[in-house]
Ligand binder design. Structure first.
Ligand SMILES: Cc1cc2nc3c(=O)[nH]c(=O)nc-3n(C[C@H](O)[C@H](O)[C@H](O)COP(=O)(O)OP(=O)(O)OC[C@H]3O[C@@H](n4cnc5c(N)ncnc54)[C@H](O)[C@@H]3O)c2cc1C
Length: 428
């Protein structure tokens, strides 16, 4: 039986495994295995909410094993280490407990078709002191670490000579902007849970961006609208400010200024994981992404596909498909079609990226963005309730791809009930 292995169960990989499992695995037409280094999946665009405490990942996370059982695929917990393309085998690292005990030794898996969907990690561009002093938001563990440290800082307010919690965020893309707003929302919630002495003036968020404007990928009027919202909240927005070093005391700018901060988040740029650089001698670009053809097969091996943030897919008009959840979603659909075509010995299709626009959530305060970017050349600005509805629907679409309409509707109902039953903020 055909063996299909997908490595990485994120926005793209999990949707693909679900689709292939439903259509092929359940009917015994192929053997599908999803490999991920974590036990659970949390949609990455929610990480800033986990960091601020407005989302409890324990409730939203999906167990790969449970999902695999009901969708006709297998799940293997392991981290990819290397690919032996000649033998069509992937090598998986040993599994080690946090206390250092080896649970399982290294292992291998063979494949007929391999799909690489490993996502990306934050790129600190080797800036001095960043890896030691800044937190990245690449996974729930890092987001929870930030949350924990932030709560500790609130506990210290008014005690230990701490009279302000200062948080500096480098990079004013969607992650930096959304996190800034979410922090003010979580502060409002904190003060209603026994921290009555805390108010807006106790938090100082600095959003530092090297470029001319925040949200550089979005049209000017959307970026200026979001900029104004952040200023209204009290965020110290600093554009045209290049950070050259991170120290224990804060960020040092190119002009030598120190932006003092208790906590620092680096969210300026992405790259594919470093170990992809030389993996299986596949072609990679300068940020380690696997270079793919329009069919999403890697340039040097037709049996290996790459999707999502770890893929570098050229656009016909120049440039590359942006690293976004909507790209990963579209790529997963195309690869599913191409795998079905391969099994039926039919020609493969080419990927055409459709830009449905971008939305940025400023927590409960506002949502701004542009819709149907390529159809309207990004000129259809949306704001307020409509934007909020569309923003929420991105996550709903992901859930529908995983669970179908009925289960997603039931989950929405549970979310509504939880809003009444559960606290608005995770406080532990
Ligand atoms: C805070 C934040 C907000 C965002 N907001 C938006 C937004 O509003 N809209 C939007 O379109 N995009 C947004 N993005 C970007 C979006 O999250 C990514 O583009 C998308 O998740 C990429 O999907 P993916 O499948 O390529 O990778 P991911 O979803 O990152 O999944 C990668 C998977 O690979 C696994 N993995 C990694 N390494 C290994 C290994 N060695 N072995 C096995 N498994 C491995 C990981 O555990 C993970 O499950 C946001 C990102 C962040 C961080």
């Amino acid at each position: 039986m055909y063996k299909i292995v997908i490595v990485g169960g994120g926005a793209g990989g999990l949707e693909l495994a679900t689709k292939l499992g439903n259509k092929l695995g359940r009917k015994g037409k192929a053997h599908i295995t999803l490999v991920d280094k974590n036990h659970t999946h949390l949609w990455k665009p929610l990480l800033h909410e986990v960091a601020a405490g407005s989302l409890d990942d324990g409730i939203d996370a999906l167990s790969y094993r449970v999902h695999a059982k009901s969708h006709g695929f297998n799940f293997k917990l392991a981290a990819l280490k290397n690919i032996d393309r000649a033998a069509k085998i992937i090598q998986l690292d040993k599994i080690i407990d946090p206390d250092g005990t080896e649970i399982l030794p290294e292992s291998t898996l063979d494949y007929d078709i391999l799909v690489m969907a490993l996502g990306s990690v934050t790129n600190d561009f080797n800036t001095k002191g960043v890896s030691d002093n800044c937190i990245f938001l690449d996974n729930p563990q890092q987001a929870k670490r930030f949350h924990h440290l932030m709560l500790n800082k609130y506990l210290q307010l008014g005690v230990k000579e701490t009279n302000k919690v200062s948080i500096a965020i480098v990079g004013a893309g969607a992650t930096g902007v959304e996190l800034s707003a979410e922090l003010y929302n979580s502060l409002e919630q904190v003060s209603s849970y026994g921290f009555e002495h805390i108010n807006n003036t106790d938090l100082k968020v600095s959003l530092v961006e090297a470029g001319e404007k925040i949200l550089p990928a979005l049209p000017e009027r959307i970026s200026s609208s979001a900029h104004q919202e952040l200023l209204n909240l009290g965020v110290d927005v600093r554009t045209k400010t290049m950070v050259t070093e991170a120290t224990k005391a804060g960020l040092i700018t190119k002009d030598g200024e120190l932006i003092e901060a208790d906590l620092m988040v680096w969210a300026a740029g992405i790259k594919a994981p470093n170990f992809l650089k030389d993996i299986g001698r596949l072609e990679t670009n300068r940020i380690n992404q696997l270079v793919v053809k329009q069919t999403l097969q890697t340039t040097l091996d037709d049996n290996i596909y790459a999707i999502g943030d770890c893929a570098s897919c050229p656009l016909p008009q120049g440039g590359f498909v942006p690293p976004r959840a909507q790209s990963a979603h579209q790529m997963a659909s195309l690869v599913a079609k191409n795998i079905f075509a391969t099994l039926k010995q039919k020609p493969l299709r080419e990927y055409k990226y459709t830009d449905y626009g971008s939305l940025v959530s400023l927590s409960n305060y506002s949502t701004v963005g542009s819709l149907m970017g390529s159809l309207t050349k990004g000129s259809m600005k949306v704001e307020g309730s409509l934007a909020r509805l569309v923003y929420a629907s991105l996550y709903r679409m992901h859930k529908v791809a995983l669970h179908g309409y009925i289960k997603t509707a039931l989950m929405m109902l549970v979310e509504r009930i939880n809003r009444i039953l559960r606290p608005r903020l995770k406080l532990h």
